[in-house]
Design a binder for this molecule. Structure first.
Ligand code: PHE
Length: 457
């Protein structure tokens, strides 16, 4: 039997809503913006393969572990861990893991909102005429113009963050559920349509080779760290998003089954995005390794060329913004739930307060493309640092600690009861991956890469 404790913030109306919400959290800019650009920067196939390996062997088992903590504790990450630690007579210091997640959420959302702002800006741009005649040169100019204007970036970042805060302030069932139910399926359909188009008109063969030809010569310990980081980032692991969503999961839902579905959907969307972007990159001679602008520059060219490009472009960027929005909601929710529980603040004030702090950090991130462009301590600007520390340090570290906590500290009986089902084979395979594979792999990758330099710098 799973715990019968009740959530203070409400429950999802069914297991399907959890799947949609968790998929909404997982599927976002990580899949459509970050995965293609990292793949392009790191030479394709080998990066993709390592990423897929990490998703399967570490990512999905950790998703299960985080959801178990959430549903067992039925509180925000900090308090859920605290409750479980008390029940299991473990140190209260484990709740530090939840606090670390809050910091990771702040940092992640601050740069995430800036990129989501780009997507929002593109919804608007696509309707203007310069966009309709874009070619590979002018599409780069459109992107460069956008990121070099602090005021434009501030406007879109503010609009995006404001809408995230607003929906989180409305609460679980009213705000979140309604949003994900309609929009996630729509995004998926749109993505499939676009990918088919891109494969038909673009260089499908070149893209397939690029995505799957495994040339391990480009593989360094840093690339492996990036692949781990991307697996964590894309599956929303290591900062409590799944714990909080798990805490709203009905008692009778099977955690392994739901997590497997969410993990597969997330991976499928990332691969679809790869097959959407790269055929166009190669067909139009665009630069695969151009970095964060990749998706925007590439798709602009494609939309300019395709029939009904404006309609498609408008819908696509709108849905990308929505995907980012449902992920952003899950980045803000843990800290808001925590301050409602622990500080006794209302949901409304908690959302606006936490959201405003994130908005302020986001301003520093957006300035790193223009006014603060030359401020690059240690070779990275503020935006790059936020992205790096969040995805490559805090999320993997959070995941490592979750694996140790659930795999080694919480009693087998407790986790088995939340894991549910009657296949002891499935349970023991999962536990093996969680106990040994996840912590050891993350530790090795971490120790071998500049993640370590970063900690001891
Ligand atoms: N998974 C989200 C994406 O791919 C980002 C995210 C990371 C959301 C961590 C929540 C927690 O865009």
């Amino acid at each position: 039997m799973s715990s019968t404790r009740e959530s203070l913030h409400g429950l999802w109306s069914s297991r399907w809503v959890f799947i949609l919400a968790a998929a909404g959290s997982a599927v976002g800019l990580g899949n459509i913006w970050r995965f293609p650009y990292l793949t392009g920067e790191n030479g394709g196939g080998a990066f993709v393969l390592i990423y897929l390996g990490f998703v399967l062997l570490i990512g999905i088992p950790l998703m299960v572990a985080e959801t178990i903590i959430g549903r067992r504790g039925r509180r925000s990450p900090v308090n859920a861990i605290l409750l479980i630690a008390e029940e299991e007579s473990l140190s209260r210091h484990w709740s530090g893991l939840g606090l670390m997640g809050i910091i990771a959420g702040f940092l992640t959302l601050s740069f995430y909102s800036v990129v989501a702002g780009w997507s929002l800006a593109y919804v608007y741009f696509v309707l203007t005429s310069s966009f309709a005649t874009a070619n590979s040169i002018s599409s780069e100019a459109i992107f460069t113009n956008l990121i070099s204007s602090p005021l434009q970036l501030l406007f879109w970042h503010t609009l995006f963050m404001g809408s995230v805060i607003w929906i989180v302030s409305k609460g679980v069932s009213l705000g979140l559920e309604r949003a994900v139910k309609i929009l996630m399926p729509l995004l998926f359909v749109m993505l499939v349509l676009m990918t088919i188009y891109s494969l038909l008109v673009g260089d499908a063969l070149g893209a397939t080779k690029y995505l799957f030809a495994t040339d391990f010569s480009s593989l360094t310990s840093d690339v492996i760290l990036l692949a781990v980081g991307q697996a964590f980032f894309s599956l929303s692991l290591g900062m409590g998003a799944l714990m909080i969503y798990g805490s709203y999961l009905p008692h009778d839902a099977s955690i392994p089954r739901t997590c497997l579905i969410v993990g597969c959907v997330d991976t499928l969307v990332a691969l679809l995005a790869g097959f959407l972007i790269f055929p166009i990159v190669f067909a139009y001679g665009l630069e695969a390794g151009q970095g964060p602008g990749l998706v925007f520059v590439t798709l602009t060219v494609a939309f300019a060329d395709m029939p009904f490009g404006q309609v498609f472009g408008f819908t696509f960027f709108l849905l990308l913004t929505v995907a980012a929005w449902t992920s952003a909601i899950s980045l803000l929710e843990p800290v808001v739930a925590w301050s409602v529980e622990s500080k006794g603040w209302s949901r409304n004030s908690s959302s606006w307060l936490a959201g405003s702090v994130i908005w302020l950090i986001g301003i520093l991130c957006l300035l790193s493309f223009n006014e603060l462009k030359d401020f690059t301590p240690g070779g990275r600007n503020i935006f790059d640092w936020s992205e790096y520390i969040s995805a490559n340090v805090l999320l993997p570290l959070g995941g490592f600690l979750v694996a140790v906590f659930v795999g080694w500290r919480v009693s087998r009986m407790t986790i088995a009861s939340e894991f549910g089902g009657n296949s002891s084979k499935l349970f023991s395979s999962w536990l093996f991956l969680l106990k040994y594979c996840a912590p050891i792999a993350v530790a090795i990758v971490f120790l071998n890469s500049s993640g370590l330099d970063l900690l001891f710098r």
